[in-house]
Design a protein around this ligand. Structure first.
Ligand code: GRF
Length: 201
């Protein structure tokens, strides 16, 4: 199975997936890491680990449709069975999402359906929730929606700052994202009426 990972920045989730795939010897190949900006730091790690890298610079495209078409062409060079969004900070067009229907995952730093969108840790602090977390979900046309694969919960502590909370959530992201990708690769995820069921292949 081929996996293509999309990043926009640091790529710590991508790194967690690459490390897990290697140490646990998943039956798959991380075929490429693709970024929408040339300065995405995660590209360095990918190249150092012998993974093909590519940049499709979102800024240079006049429209979302044209960017998504170019991105899709680049991704499909690697014949992916799974596309993994790992801190990929772009809203995708419905046509793009449709093309990868049932084979594209995202991680969102909140307990969806609470706090979709940006600045999720600030949203959680402002709402005064006592628990927060992260969600891995299949990507559908509605932003930060889609069948939920994995979630992890962390406490919100009285003195928390956005940074402290983000760090606590990130530790959990690095656990649940590799686990979700592995489940997909091993054919253990079925979507039934918008609900993910873990099945024995
Ligand atoms: C993560 O918190 C992810 O959930 C969010 O953006 C951050 C990306 O971090 N969408 P990294 O690039 O994986 O280090």
């Amino acid at each position: 199975k081929n996996i293509v990972i999309l990043i926009s920045g640091r790529g710590s989730n991508m790194q967690a997936i690459v490390r897990a795939a290697r140490s646990e010897q998943w039956p798959c190949r991380i075929a490429a890491v693709i970024a929408n900006r040339a300065d995405a730091e995660g590209l360095v790690f990918a190249a150092e680990h012998g993974i093909a890298t590519a940049v499709v610079p979102s800024k240079t495209f006049p429209s979302r449709e044209e960017f998504d078409a170019a991105l899709r062409t680049e991704i499909d060079k690697y014949s992916p069975d799974l596309v993994v969004l790992a801190g990929f900070m772009r809203i995708l067009t419905p046509a793009f999402v449709d093309h990868y229907d049932g084979r594209m995952l995202n991680i969102h730093p909140s307990l969806l359906p609470s706090f979709p969108g940006l600045a999720t840790h600030n949203q959680a602090l402002a709402a005064g929730v006592k628990f927060h977390g992260a969600t891995v979900h299949f990507v559908t046309a509605a932003l930060d929606h889609g069948p939920i694969v994995e979630q992890a919960v962390v406490p919100v502590l009285p003195e928390d700052t956005e940074h402290a909370l983000a760090e606590r959530v990130l530790v959990q992201e690095h656990i649940i994202y590799p686990r979700a990708v592995r489940s997909f690769i091993e054919g253990r995820l079925a979507i039934d009426n918008g609900i993910v069921r873990v099945v024995t292949p």
